[in-house]
Write a protein that binds this ligand. Structure first.
Ligand code: CP
Length: 309
């Protein structure tokens, strides 16, 4: 697939081959992401980073990815510091930012914001998380990490646990897993299961996810345990959050019930759903996963902006 000038709004816009092509390019980017080799393939380009919700990994890894390739970055991190605070629409804001840069990365609290931004932008728009919607570039680095650890993405047995209702990373990931014929188990507290439309989409594409509240049983045959935070900020009623906070906690006792080579992933930030004692086990891949944000986003930016590599 030629990525040049494409929007990255949903992972469903990408085929299995497209995804594997990006992951292959990300592999080549690793020594450049670490600063061991230097290539300024995007010299003279400008990336616009608009983050209207908090972010550590996505924002900074996009910036790092851009700078590693010689691309400059302009950014805003607070809606209150833009003219949207004076009543300007998102559409007008995007048109203006688009005229100042070669691609826009947008994180926004509302689902659908990236799709709307893409409509009003001549240059590529990259969805860096739209409310409880999706987070396609996180999915790319998740898949990259799984492939790095497991050698292949095909036919893995994966358990997604936590807040599957509001967690946008698992929404994107579920769509992608289906392309690789993975066996999917969904583990969530009552009221936080994966939205019906995503489950229906999986089923329409031949996947029959196992749905359960019981994590201990689910991990027994898992190759990958993908943990998510309960998304407190998305609960309309804080007391509802308190009812489910702390439902699942990954610790060494749980790992004893799993295969010794099961990997534990998490998009981060974590709150208390993974005990720190897990960090030093060979199963823990979540910090490596976050670091992989740089080579994966380098591959993406280089493709979208037409860098020679
Ligand atoms: N995984 C992720 O999206 O992290 P940030 O919210 O820190 O960007």
């Amino acid at each position: 697939m030629d990525l040049y000038h494409k929007d990255v709004v949903s992972i469903t816009d990408f085929s299995k081959d497209d995804i594997e092509g990006i992951l292959d390019m990300a592999e080549k980017m690793i020594p450049y992401a670490r600063g061991e080799k230097i290539k300024r393939s995007l010299d003279g380009k400008i990336l616009g980073n608009l983050f209207f919700e908090p972010s550590t990994r996505t924002k900074l890894s996009f910036e790092s990815a851009a700078y590693r390739l010689g691309c400059d970055v302009i950014d805003v991190s607070e809606m209150s510091m833009t003219s949207m605070a004076k009543g300007e629409t998102l559409a007008d804001t995007i048109k203006i930012v688009d005229s100042y840069c070669d691609a826009t990365v947008l994180r926004h609290p509302y689902e659908g914001a990236a799709r709307l931004a893409a409509k009003f932008s001549d240059h590529p728009v990259i969805n860096a998380g739209d409310g409880a919607g999706s987070h396609p570039t996180q999915t790319l680095l998740d898949l990259f990490t799984m492939r790095q650890s497991k050698g292949s993405l095909d036919n893995l047995n994966i358990v997604l646990v936590g807040d599957l209702k509001y967690g946008r990373t698992v929404h994107s990931l579920a769509h992608a897993l289906n392309k690789f014929n993975m066996k999917i188990t969904l583990v969530a507290p009552e009221g936080l299961m994966m939205p019906d439309e995503i489950i229906s989409h999986l089923e329409a594409n031949g996947c029959r996810p196992v749905i359960t509240e019981y994590l201990d049983d689910a991990v027994a045959n898992a190759d990958v345990l993908y943990v998510t935070r309960i998304q407190r900020e998305r609960f309309p009623d804080p007391s509802e959050y308190q009812k489910v906070a702390g439902t699942y906690r990954i610790d060494k006792a749980l790992l004893e019930k799993a295969k010794s080579d099961m990997i534990v992933m998490h998009p981060l930030p974590r709150v208390n759903e993974i005990a720190p004692e897990v960090d030093d086990t060979p199963n823990a891949k979540y910090f490596q996963q976050a670091a992989n944000g740089v080579p994966v986003r380098m591959a993406l930016l280089n493709g979208l902006l037409g860098g020679e590599f």
